[in-house]
Design a binder for this molecule. Structure first.
Ligand SMILES: Cc1cc2nc3c(=O)[nH]c(=O)nc-3n(C[C@H](O)[C@H](O)[C@H](O)COP(=O)(O)O)c2cc1C
Length: 182
């Protein structure tokens, strides 16, 4: 079942930003602002866990001018977003990356990712995965499988704090650079 709607106004390309439940998700406003500055219209999809306090839902909705999508719509509800011209997953968790690679579609967010490659839509991913999880063989296989599907990955990022307590910059805008790459 496709979750995509007919085109909005066709003026600006439409970017889906998929947000997973990682600690850095509270910075997603930076990605939304940067994407809008680069000419994208943005709609956010968040996993159900991410909706539980990982970022400021009201601020993101104000920034995009659209409600965040997380739950499945009912069959009679209209499709609230136009079809995507591109998709960014940031931050991408261990859990969602593995489910996506395995073809599991138990949240709207991961189901949308499963469908995106089949639709020929470019997808860029900024993983946020601790080293202890990143060495798991299932994760390494998931990355290889998604790369084979044409998914573009940013640099590994662990989310660990540096000396002094601050986290390194997540590099939100690199997701947009990945999409613009030919
Ligand atoms: C405060 C907090 C920070 C977390 N940060 C991460 C993270 O950086 N990366 C990650 O893969 N999981 C992280 N998790 C665990 C995920 O939230 C958990 O695996 C969840 O099931 C992911 O769901 P989702 O992939 O549907 O968003 C964190 C959990 C908590 C409570």
């Amino acid at each position: 079942m496709s979750e995509q709607a007919g085109n909005d106004d066709g003026a600006r390309p439409f970017l889906y930003v998929v947000v997973c439940a990682a600690g850095v998700a509270d910075g997603v406003g930076r990605l939304i602002d940067a994407a809008r500055e680069r000419g994208w219209e943005v709609g956010v999809m968040a996993t159900p866990v991410a909706m539980g306090g990982f970022f400021d839902v009201a601020a993101v909705e104000a920034g995009t001018g659209r409600p965040i999508r997380s739950a499945w719509r009912t069959p009679d509800d209209p499709r609230p977003f136009p079809p995507p011209d591109a998709v960014v997953v940031a931050p991408a968790t261990f859990n969602t990356i593995n489910k996506w690679a395995a073809g599991l579609a138990d949240t709207l967010a991961v189901a949308t990712l499963c469908e995106a490659s089949g639709l020929g839509v470019p997808v860029a991913v900024l993983p946020c995965v601790a080293d202890a999880l990143a060495v798991h063989p299932a994760y390494r296989e998931s990355l290889a499988r998604l790369r084979e599907m044409g998914v573009r990955f940013g640099d590994p990022y662990t989310g660990d704090a540096q000396e002094g307590g601050a986290r390194p910059d997540f590099g939100w805008e690199s997701a947009l650079d990945l999409l613009e790459r030919r």
